[in-house]
Design a protein around this ligand. Structure first.
Ligand SMILES: [Mn+2]
Length: 327
């Protein structure tokens, strides 16, 4: 049995601000190449680690253009929903999303949490489980999202749309591979972390994130990384290898670098802000703007940084304004 794993395609009809090529056309070429790789390698199934779409309800015109390419795919697709596939990153909204709609049509297969699927093909019995994104991903017990039991099967594969990593390389919620080595899954596939970490083997288990199929941000590492998919062979033993997409253009040809340095400096300052805010005691009883002012004073930051922090907080406040008890 052969499987091709891809993740974070973020299908969209327009360019993010920092892209200088035509992202939808580049993405279409990548998807055509992915299908070619699948056919040439006689792949039985394609697994997708989430963020299939960039928004939960993209236009039918855009979706149609991409689905014509997916219609050429010969192998069935199994997918978990990522935060971008859902309204408000809320799993209960899945039936109202386009991804949910495609699943109802039988165009793709969505894996639901806690519901294993068993596939028997070419003398291999595969157990497939998937954990879509949810609000508490990488915050609640890792056992609940990353650790699975292996039932009566030859190989167990678990997919998670969460920030799995081999080391803590950036701020925010992360789950480390070393925290989940007690999983009984032979292969754990993750998405969400766009930079990926490739294939890591630990205690006879494989942990894989080939990285996102698209480059959305102009993060420095996005400029230099390969755009990979992962071919998994379950013939006599488990064999996983990354295949770089030749249709992917060079990072320097698709990402605008002029704002890179400026942005990196701003991001660093915002990260310092976030950690300072976390350190402020009794923050629930304080007005968030007061906290920012306190941090500004403490770090001696510019008004620009303060303005940006306030802007971001207002966006979050607006997003959550419907929730009771939010102030
Ligand atoms: Mn993503």
């Amino acid at each position: 049995m052969k499987i091709l794993y891809i993740t974070d395609t973020h299908i969209r009809g327009n360019n993010p601000a920092n892209r200088i090529d035509n992202l939808p056309e580049t993405l279409k070429n990548k998807l055509r190449e992915i299908n070619k790789i699948a056919i040439e390698n006689k792949v039985d199934y394609i697994l997708h680690g989430g963020d299939f779409f960039d928004t939960p309800s993209p236009s039918l015109a855009i979706t149609g253009e991409f689905l014509e390419i997916f219609r050429e795919f010969e192998a069935p697709i199994y997918v978990i929903s990522g935060n971008h596939d859902l309204f408000g990153a809320n799993l209960s909204s899945l039936p109202r999303t386009l991804l949910g709609f495609l699943s109802r049509l039988g165009f793709i297969n969505i894996l639901n949490p806690g519901v294993p699927i068993y596939i028997h093909k070419n003398n291999v019995k595969l157990q497939l489980t998937g954990q879509p994104y949810h609000f508490d991903m990488d915050r609640r017990s890792v056992e609940l999202d990353y650790v699975v039991k292996k039932g009566a099967c030859d190989v167990a594969i678990h997919m998670v749309h969460g920030m799995l990593s081999y080391e803590k390389e950036f701020p925010g919620d992360v789950t480390l591979i070393e925290q989940i080595t007690n999983t009984e899954a032979d292969i754990t596939l993750s998405g969400h972390n766009h930079l990926g970490f490739g294939v890591i083997e630990k205690d006879d288990k494989h942990f894989i994130n080939p990285g996102a199929v698209v480059r959305l941000s102009n993060h420095k590492s996005e400029l230099t990384r390969n755009i990979n998919v992962c071919l998994i062979s379950l013939e006599s033993k488990i064999d996983c290898k990354l295949i770089p997409l030749t249709s992917a253009l060079n990072g320097t040809d698709v990402l605008d670098r002029t704002k890179l340095e400026e942005k990196a400096a701003m991001e660093l300052k915002l990260e310092m802000f976030a950690s300072e805010i976390k350190n402020v005691a009794d923050m629930e009883r304080m007005n968030v703007k007061n906290i920012i002012d306190e941090v500004v004073e403490k770090l001696g930051e510019s008004t620009e940084v303060r303005k940006e922090a306030l802007k971001r907080i207002s966006i979050v406040e607006e997003k959550f304004s419907f929730r009771d008890g939010w102030d």
